[in-house]
Design a protein around this ligand. Structure first.
Ligand SMILES: Nc1nc2c(ncn2[C@@H]2O[C@H](COP(=O)(O)OP(=O)(O)O)[C@@H](O)[C@H]2O)c(=O)[nH]1
Ligand SMILES: [Mg+2]
Length: 295
């Protein structure tokens, strides 16, 4: 059997800390997919002048904005969609979204009453202020569809593409930051500062902000193996708490997801996280829309 050498007994090393909590810290029903789909299919904006809710997605290049739109589309279609065109080049090409354009989502024959707008990547190193101005203008409906964002020069009221008189349906009632789970540890403060400026400016008019945290699979091996560990993984909880502290959004406004990225079929657990995020975003936006009489 073993060698007869005498070994100095080592003090027992403490067991590694369990990466998993005993109980999920957020209650989450993994069986609610059909319910969520139905609710979203039957949703109707609560203001008669607004046909659909505009959901503005902002975030760095490669964060997963296009993949998120595709994932929402896929969850409703029941098959993988690639309409929003994901950048597969690793993020350094020039082919990322530069034009403001809307994506609507269909379920069966019905077009759902919300539209995603994917805006230019929010890069920490880009010219001071220009992107934050563009994002703020986009929230308030001043940026016309098709406008081609220019990193070096924000849209101004003198431009043709500036909508001087946005109506209620041109405006966004929720700004969604799409941020990959691992970004906040490594990013420099310039991105955080930009987010802060945007937050201050849009909260003047009470526009809520939420974070969709993507690439949760890459952030935690437990979750990579099984998405249902999302709310028991200590690592995921830490990432979300860090995000809440740095970006200044409450935990209740942060939604962890895994986008479809290399799958060929949809699955329940990916869908249910994506649909839950959308359901919450749509309600947060609609609540703000209901209050819109007040300004
Ligand atoms: N593992 C993983 N990869 C993702 C996820 N979301 C996006 N990706 C990948 O990240 C890259 C950038 O995504 P993309 O949607 O183009 O980002 P965008 O620039 O914000 O539109 C693509 O290669 C995606 O396949 C995710 O949740 N998990
Ligand atoms: Mg994109």
């Amino acid at each position: 059997m073993g060698s007869s050498e005498s070994t100095v007994p080592r003090p027992p090393s403490p067991p590694p800390p369990n990466p998993e909590l005993d109980k999920p810290w957020r209650k989450f029903d993994w069986g609610q997919k059909e319910d969520l789909k139905k609710k979203l299919e039957n949703f109707c904006p609560s203001h008669p002048d607004v046909k659909d809710i505009k959901i503005l997605l902002a975030g760095p290049i490669g964060a997963g904005k296009s993949s998120f739109i595709n994932s929402v589309d896929s969850a409703f279609l029941g098959r993988i969609s690639s309409r929003a065109l994901v950048d597969t080049s690793g993020g350094d090409s020039q082919s990322f979204t530069k034009n403001l354009k809307g994506f609507s989502i269909r379920s069966g024959k019905k077009t759902l009453p919300f539209i995603f707008k994917d805006i230019m990547g929010l890069e920490p190193e880009a010219f001071e202020g220009s992107q934050t101005e563009d994002i703020i203008n986009a929230v308030y409906g001043h940026v016309k569809d098709g406008y081609k964002f220019n990193e070096e020069k924000p849209l101004t009221f003198k431009d043709q593409q500036f909508n001087h008189d946005p109506n209620l349906s041109d405006q966004s009632f929720c700004l969604v930051y799409v941020l990959p789970a691992n970004i906040l540890q490594y990013t420099d403060d310039r991105l955080i500062d930009k987010l802060k400026i945007i937050r201050q400016r849009i909260s003047e008019r009470g526009i809520p902000q939420v974070v969709v945290m993507t690439k949760m699979d890459e952030a935690c091996p437990l979750v990579q193996k099984n998405l249902r560990k999302m709310y028991t993984s200590k690592k995921i909880k830490e990432k979300m708490e860090l995000c809440s502290a740095k970006v200044g959004v409450p935990m209740s406004h942060i939604f962890p997801v895994k986008n479809y990225h290399d799958e060929i079929d949809t699955n329940n657990d990916v869908d249910v996280l994506i649909l839950k995020a959308i359901e919450q975003i749509v309600h947060i936006a609609n609540d703000r829309l209901e209050d819109s009489e007040s300004f």
